[in-house]
Design a protein around this ligand. Sequence first.
Ligand SMILES: Nc1ncnc2c1ncn2[C@@H]1O[C@H](COP(=O)(O)OP(=O)(O)OP(=O)(O)O)[C@@H](O)[C@H]1O
Ligand SMILES: [Mg+2]
Length: 256
Amino acid sequence: MIESRGVTRVYTSGPVEVAALKDIDLFISSGEMVAIMGPSGCGKTTLLNCLSGLDEVTSGEVVVEGTSLAKMSDADRTRYRARRMGFIFQAFNLLPVFSAVENAELPMLLVGERAKEARRRSMQALEIVGLSPRAAHRPAELSGGEQQRVAIARAIAHGPAVLWADEPTGNLDTENASMIIDLLVRLNRETGLTVVMVTHDPVIGSRANRVITMKDGRIVVPDDLPEDEPAEEESAEVAKPKSKPKGKKVSSRKRS
Ligand SMILES: Nc1ncnc2c1ncn2[C@@H]1O[C@H](COP(=O)(O)OP(=O)(O)OP(=O)(O)O)[C@@H](O)[C@H]1O
Ligand SMILES: [Mg+2]
């Protein structure tokens, strides 16, 4: 559904060139839930933005649902995003003067949806995230976790095919983070929504079907790495399960 072919992104500011993405090949199928992980500055946000068409690639190509993003006009790309994609970020980005239902319906109104239909869909989305009773509340009257759920309602209300999430739990405590990831998993499983999320948190990442690990602008662990092939050393920090102290025998399950 989303394909990246030899994607490179070079940022130029003055004399300095930063290659944020280097030759990224990637395929994400419809209905997948993918986590992108890796150290700060390795290019996760850049990858998400290039795949979703928020940012332009320097070379290579991103193909989404059979169409090359670069071949669309700016207006077509914007329309396509508004129709088929939803976005959530670390900051909830809700407008403080609007209620939850108004925040969630706003993007639909901006692309010309009828007010009544936008309201219906917005209420439906709030129902899905479990916040119908808070529809009239403003962001300041909601907890962080609730605000992110409103942001998710806003991202899914128009019925997108893919949800892009850049550190969706980054501003939340463990309990709220776990509620948000539960919700994303449920949306993925129950509605077939494709979810692509960036996260620093291995616990959150482990809930995805697949983890893509990046380092220095490259993908370092191909998902289909055969099990008997040793993982690259650089992937170890994320892929490695916590090792037990050496020399300690694994206790037998039998109890005396
Ligand atoms: N607009 C920009 N102009 C110049 N350099 C940029 C720009 N955006 C990102 N970069 C650089 O590109 C590299 C990748 O940045 P990116 O934001 O994708 O990293 P990240 O993996 O999302 O990091 P973090 O985990 O801290 O959010 C970094 O070296 C960053 O400094
Ligand atoms: Mg980032």
